[in-house]
Design a protein around this ligand. Structure first.
Ligand SMILES: Nc1ncnc2c1ncn2[C@@H]1O[C@H](COP(=O)(O)OP(=O)(O)OP(=O)(O)O)[C@@H](O)[C@H]1O
Ligand SMILES: [Mg+2]
Length: 369
């Protein structure tokens, strides 16, 4: 048996035993006293004459009465002890079992088993502890999974450009490849891609642990949106996509890091251009919502399926890896947008309908003037 169960049970049992024995002694004493005083009163006269004591005043029936009283008391005490033992075990089990289960589950987690869950059978603090424990293991499991996926993603993304670079460098060293300008450009592109990815990963990890804080200052979001749209126009025009912005006339200043908001807007707009076929529409809408400015990037592109939508902000997640690889995407753009929005105390949401288009919404805090 578990030591906690034994301790709780013996504590209950002995506490009750002490109370019962105490009660019995009091009852015994009280009955004897009352009986004696009854005998004394009724035999006062005779006693005065005989100068006798109390015991000598008791006849056989009185002694019989006392004997049977003591026997009854002992019998009642025995029966009560028996019942108390049962109740103690039941109560102790009720209190100790969830704690014992939790203890075993915690030990299992400490040994690396994240599949354990404890049964939630009550609503009190112990039940809440069980719920908190189950939530904790679920989070730990999903974090472990994310970390494994992240590491696998980094390894996978690094391997391809490194393999290309190695093969080309070996070819050049062996004289099989004569490095011309085109060759050098393509190798430089691979290095650029690697550099971009490593930089993004660094920023992402720093943002996640709060070590890359946005340099917050009041800024004109309307002006920033106009500039990003202007700079992205040539890319949109090249695909015959109509890119334009519709911002509220009186948009308040926001409190944000200009460089980060710039990058967030670029990532979203470049995605929309990338995933919108020719003759499509991309509209940037900026409005106020409570204490936030809401910036929507709406496109009439290929859209995202429901099952993919919940993952698009994950590291390295690409709906169609083969297709985005051609366009140079690593699947980190939206993860960065999300971490940057969170670092500002804002948020980002995605809505989409497959084949109809997507809307990405960023909320950033207004500057309280
Ligand atoms: N506007 C959009 N329309 C359709 N799909 C999109 C859109 N934006 C993102 N996606 C999907 O979400 C995935 C993740 O986007 P994300 O920006 O993180 O990565 P990426 O564009 O592939 O690469 P990069 O790291 O260069 O941005 C994309 O691969 C694409 O499948
Ligand atoms: Mg992208």
């Amino acid at each position: 048996m578990h030591s906690l169960l034994i301790r709780v049970m013996t504590t209950f049992f002995f506490t009750t035993v002490i109370v019962i024995v105490g009660l019995m002694l009091v009852v015994n004493y009280q009955v004897s006293e009352n009986f004696n005083s009854y005998l004394y009163m009724s035999g006062m006269h005779g006693m005065m004459m005989n100068h006798g004591n109390m015991a000598s005043m008791m006849g056989a029936p009185e002694k019989q009465f006392f004997m049977s009283l003591k026997q009854s008391l002992l019998l009642a005490a025995g029966a009560m002890l028996f019942i108390v033992a049962g109740i103690s075990y039941y109560l102790a089990r009720n209190i100790a079992t969830p704690v014992i289960d939790l203890n075993q589950a915690v030990n299992a987690v400490a040994e690396g088993n994240l599949d354990v869950a404890v049964a939630v059978e009550r609503q009190d603090e112990v039940g809440q502890l069980a719920i908190a424990f189950n939530t904790m293991t679920t989070k730990l499991k999903s974090n472990t999974l994310l970390r494994q996926r992240f590491l696998a993603g980094v390894a996978h993304e690094l391997r391809t450009p490194l393999t290309i670079l190695k093969a080309n460098l070996e070819g050049i060293a062996d004289g099989v490849i004569i490095p011309d300008a085109e060759q050098m450009n393509s190798l430089t592109e691979e290095v650029d891609r690697l550099t971009k990815m490593v930089g993004e990963l660094r920023n992402l990890s720093l943002l996640e642990v709060g070590q890359l804080q946005p340099e917050i200052a009041p800024m004109d979001i309307k002006q920033l949106v106009t500039q990003v749209v202007l700079k992205s126009k040539p890319l949109a025009n090249a695909k015959n996509i109509n890119l334009h912005s519709e911002t509220d006339e009186r948009l308040p200043l926001i409190l944000a890091d200009g460089n980060m908001v710039n990058q967030m807007m670029y990532n979203l707009i470049l995605n929309s251009i990338k995933y919108t076929p020719s003759s499509g529409q991309i509209t940037i809408v900026a409005t106020t919502e409570g204490s936030m400015v809401k910036i929507k990037v709406i496109d009439t592109g290929i859209g995202i399926a429901v099952e993919d939508l919940e993952h698009v902000f994950d590291y390295f997640y690409r709906v169609d890896p083969a297709r985005t690889k051609v366009s140079g995407g690593t699947g980190l753009g939206l993860a960065l947008v999300k971490q940057m929005a969170l670092a500002h105390g804002g948020q980002v949401k995605a809505e989409s309908k497959l084949g109809q288009g997507s809307t990405f919404t960023v909320l950033l805090p207004i500057h309280p003037q």
